[in-house]
Design a protein around this ligand. Structure first.
Ligand code: DP6
Length: 360
């Protein structure tokens, strides 16, 4: 599909007022998206596990404007509190998506949002937040055009979410989503995420993700700035090629259930992501001393027990610990007794791979 195909041309009626609510999860990338072109087009393909419990719940209230104006009319609330700070980001988002939703300037919106994970936990809420909002807007489109198929609904929701935040396009469906056109992944696209279409070994069913909150503070360098530093980065070309190869590689791993190969690929991706940050100009480091302590502890524990525990990182200091469901008991025990000490205020969150966003 092309972007133009998401411009609706047959919206017959108009909406008056109402409200819609969606819960949309966060996701954790196995092959990382890092680097983008104009219009939120990724420089490389990525694949992620969709999570279950770390999610944003957004209620979108709307009413017809009495007079049509040439501006957007909306207010944002987080946990019942008005958040004017969030509004410039939504304004940018609305500007990017208005051609795909002709009704945007005809309605007055109230966006009420809450996260199931503690805010300022350092967990990115842009993926869950932008996907939840995209889904609410798609529900309005569906009221105007009830004939749209589920497949179109999901594709366009992902396409719109991407324009809010790249990784958000991977939060619509579950349990594995690929974003970025790849010649070995059928129907994959730079414009939206697609549900991973191939066989997945039982080893990866209900995979566990325990998020260790090492640093809950605001990141010093935003993802958007980080992505931009991949332009002219000395290792960019090689990195994008590596990500492409890793998608082919993970396809074999997901089929065979080879957990050792999975661990090697996932940890290498996480460290490569941070290596790109450390070799950007200007360079920066988002890991903290405790991030490294945790990584080293995981490596020693894995060596001693041969359990299939591994880590991955987002653009921050927190550590995501990934492991198979059947090793849950021993690994959780290890986390509780040996890793919690490295978390800020002892905070961590247990999550499981999930099936995607839900209308409420
Ligand atoms: C490190 O999706 O937050 O988490 O498109 O600028 O909103 P924007 O960036 P964002 O980047 C996330 C990057 C990452 C890796 C990943 O999720 O693939």
């Amino acid at each position: 599909m092309t972007a133009e195909e998401f411009i609706p041309f047959n919206l017959k009626s108009t909406v008056k007022n109402g409200e819609i609510k969606w819960a949309s999860p966060s996701n954790i990338a196995l092959v990382k998206y890092w680097g983008k072109k104009e219009h939120q087009i990724p420089e490389n393909q990525s694949i992620s596990f969709t999570l279950s419990d770390c999610k944003t719940i957004t209620k979108l209230k709307y009413e017809a404007k009495t007079k049509t104006t040439n501006s957007f009319d909306f207010q944002v609330y987080l946990d019942g509190e008005r958040k004017p700070d969030f509004e410039p980001k939504i304004e940018v988002f609305f500007n990017r998506i208005q051609q795909y939703f002709p009704f945007l300037k005809t309605l007055k919106f109230t966006i009420e949002t809450e996260n199931t994970f503690p805010h300022s936990s350092g967990i990115a809420s842009s993926a869950s937040g932008m996907s939840a909002l995209a889904l609410c807007l798609m529900s309005i489109e569906k009221q105007l055009n009830p004939e749209i198929t589920e497949s179109y609904f999901n594709k366009k929701a992902s396409f719109i979410a991407r324009l809010g935040s790249g990784s958000a396009c991977r939060s619509i469906q579950g349990d594995l989503v690929v974003w970025g056109a790849h010649n070995e992944i059928e129907n994959s696209s730079d414009l939206y995420g697609v549900k991973y279409p191939y066989q997945v070994h039982d080893n990866f069913k209900n995979y566990q993700d325990t998020i260790l909150l090492v640093d809950k503070g605001e990141k010093q360098v935003s993802s958007t700035v980080g992505h931009n530093l991949m332009h002219g980065h000395p290792f960019a070309k090689q990195r994008f090629k590596q990500a492409n190869n890793n998608i082919s590689e993970i396809k074999n791993i997901l089929k065979s259930g080879d957990l050792k190969a999975f661990i090697a690929l996932v940890e290498s991706e996480a460290l490569t992501l941070h290596a790109m940050m450390m070799t950007s100009m200007p360079y920066f480091i988002l890991m903290k001393p405790n991030t490294l302590e945790i990584i080293n502890k995981i490596w020693s524990f894995r060596k001693a027990t041969n359990l299939n525990i591994c880590f991955t990182l987002d653009a921050g200091a927190n550590v995501h610990i990934l492991y198979p469901e059947k090793e849950k008991e021993q690994i959780l025990e290890f986390i509780k007794t040996q890793l919690v000490a490295y978390c800020q205020n002892g905070h961590y969150i247990c999550d499981t791979v999930g099936l995607g966003a839900k209308k409420m």
